[in-house]
Design a binder for this molecule. Structure first.
Ligand code: B12
Length: 241
């Protein structure tokens, strides 16, 4: 069968759809790891007026939860998950300017974020960073496998208001505590709020290790960061008190 003319194919796949069908199709193609289709559908959804945050929350995040479930149930293997994550990033690439534009001009504060030592998972952390940017935070991403000393150096160099840590492995969660302890020893703990998250992390664990908050996902994490700033006595990222 010959390929459809791009304009016809766009009309067929984009013009007559409603919001729900876009969200469902993006989700389905993300799970199937079709990056170029996810990119195209995301562009079309935006053009048809679907709000970018709705695409993230109701399509991309939902799809990744399903990917997690399928991986845990051994329905998907690691290469499939990596294809899905590539498709997620294709969608996020399209959405990022719109999401971060929402936060432009709002100086909410500065967040230093990283995945803790020994842990190479960065998909969730990157989502958290984007959602925080969308709320008007300046986000400094320290990357993956960040040792406690690097977090401390980051706080000294960048003077953030919030330190956000991600861990996906039970074996690396301990590094969150080590990082908080090192911040305390370095007399930096009182200068920052600490929020943690990731698969094995819980509210109880956050309390046990002396974090200020736990975020279940990227959306709630960004909301918690906003409330943290509202409760802080000082304003702005440049305040060193
Ligand atoms: C993708 C993936 C990988 C990829 C990572 C690719 C990448 N660039 O990130 C690769 C293949 C590299 C990988 C490797 C490994 N993985 Co892996 N991986 C996964 C998988 C399937 C999905 C994780 C993911 O990206 N989810 C999608 C994102 C969107 O969700 P998320 O990460 O949970 O993040 C959300 C929330 O948790 C939260 N969040 C996350 N961080 C933060 C931080 C803050 C501050 C806040 C507020 C919120 C927050 O918000 C996010 C968005 O809503 C999970 C399965 C699962 N059930 O989680 C296993 C999983 C995490 N991996 C696991 C394991 C064991 C490994 C390996 C040890 C496998 C091996 N034998 O080699 C290695 C370890 C490598 C290392 N040293 O880190 C186990 C961990 C078990 C455990 N409890 O310890 C899991 C749970 C799979 C399983 N069921 O066994 N993995």
């Amino acid at each position: 069968m010959g390929a459809m003319h791009p304009i016809l194919s766009e009309a067929a796949s984009g013009f007559f759809r409603n919001q729900d069908s876009f969200l469902e199709d993006i989700k389905e193609n993300l799970i199937a790891g079709r990056a170029s289709v996810v990119k195209l559908l995301t562009e079309q959804a935006l053009r048809r007026g679907v709000p970018p945050e709705v695409i993230v929350e109701e399509s991309l995040l939902d799809a990744m939860k399903e990917v997690n479930r399928c991986f845990s149930a051994r329905i998907m293997a690691i290469p499939d998950v990596l294809l899905s994550s590539r498709a997620l990033h294709a969608g996020l690439y399209v959405l990022k300017p719109y999401l971060t534009a929402a936060g432009v001009g709002v100086n909410r504060g500065r967040v230093l974020i990283g995945t803790v030592a020994g842990d190479l998972h960065d998909i969730g952390k990157r989502l958290v960073a984007i959602m925080m940017e969308s709320k008007g935070f300046e986000v400094i991403d320290m990357g993956i496998d960040v040792p406690p000393e690097e977090f401390v150096r980051g706080v000294n160099v960048h003077n953030p208001d919030i330190v956000a840590m991600s861990a996906l492995l039970t074996t690396t969660m301990g590094s969150m505590k080590t990082t908080i302890d090192l911040l305390t020893e370095s007399n930096l703990r009182r200068r920052v709020k600490v929020i943690i998250g990731g698969g094995p992390v819980t509210q109880e664990f956050a309390q046990d290790i002396g974090a200020d908050a736990y975020g279940y996902d990227a959306v709630s994490g960004a909301q918690i960061a906003v409330s943290m700033m509202d409760q802080m006595p000082h304003v702005g990222p440049s305040d060193t008190s």
